[in-house]
Design a protein around this ligand. Structure first.
Ligand code: SIN
Ligand code: FE2
Length: 227
């Protein structure tokens, strides 16, 4: 069985601490590459950096243009730009709309990790200037969407998963195409670019669990090159 396709037993074990070494890159679809456990060794350092970022730019639940509904994932950003949403739409802003201050700088450890992961997935010249940090409590989800607000679509998206495991849905170029389910566990890095850059994607509601480092939540870092 393809280890990426979810089977219930693998899911039950997925919350356990995982000391296995990073696995080889696996291409799920052209341009969509899973680097299992790639970020495990750095997860404690990343957790400390997230705390520092969130102290300056606190997590918040953005309102959306969809009748003002709030997103279930809490978000913050670091980098030159930050992804934001409000009733008018989605946009990258140089300043945190909640504080009026620039977003915290992207730590070098973040950009080094994202660039190295992109290279390992076959994308040589990735220069992230945004890191959107999503925090999912149990039950939080993200509906199917495309990441298409970035003008240079040659740059991939690099997505780092930490904490509780989740089922990621990797769809097609239209909303109606069926999605494959990919289990993303602590430390996994998923890169999508090239022919997969505009694939629809989302995550199913986070199931109850407890990660030794992150507790009952999942953190996702998405690195992008915006503007
Ligand atoms: C996103 O698409 O911004 C987040 C996906 C994820 O949480 O894995
Ligand atoms: Fe996305």
């Amino acid at each position: 069985m393809d280890p990426c396709i979810v089977d219930p037993e693998a899911f039950a074990q997925a919350g356990l601490p995982d000391a296995r070494p990073a696995a080889a890159a696996r291409t799920l679809l052209p341009g969509a590459v899973l680097l299992s456990r790639y970020a495990c060794a750095q997860s404690e350092a990343i957790a400390a950096l997230i705390d520092r970022i969130a102290a300056a730019a606190p997590f918040r639940h953005f309102e959306t243009p969809l009748r003002g509904a709030r997103m279930s994932a809490a978000m913050t950003n670091c980098g030159e730009w930050g992804w934001t949403a409000d009733r008018r739409g989605y946009q990258y802003c140089a300043r945190d709309p909640d504080t009026g201050r620039p977003w915290p700088a992207m730590p070098r450890a973040f950009s080094d990790l994202a660039e190295a992961a992109a290279r390992a997935a076959g994308f040589e010249a990735f220069h992230p200037n945004v890191c959107l940090i999503n925090r999912y409590a149990i039950g939080a989800r993200m509906g199917m969407h495309q990441d298409k607000g970035e003008p240079d679509l040659r740059q991939p998206i690099v997505s780092v998963s930490l904490g509780c495991p989740v089922i990621f849905q990797l769809g097609g170029m239209t909303r109606s195409e069926p999605a494959q389910r990919v289990l993303l566990e602590h430390g996994d890095v998923f890169v999508f670019g090239g022919p997969s850059r505009l694939r629809y994607h989302g995550v199913l509601p986070l199931r109850a669990g407890a990660d030794p480092l992150f507790g009952a939540q999942r953190i996702n870092l998405t690195f992008r090159h915006a503007q």
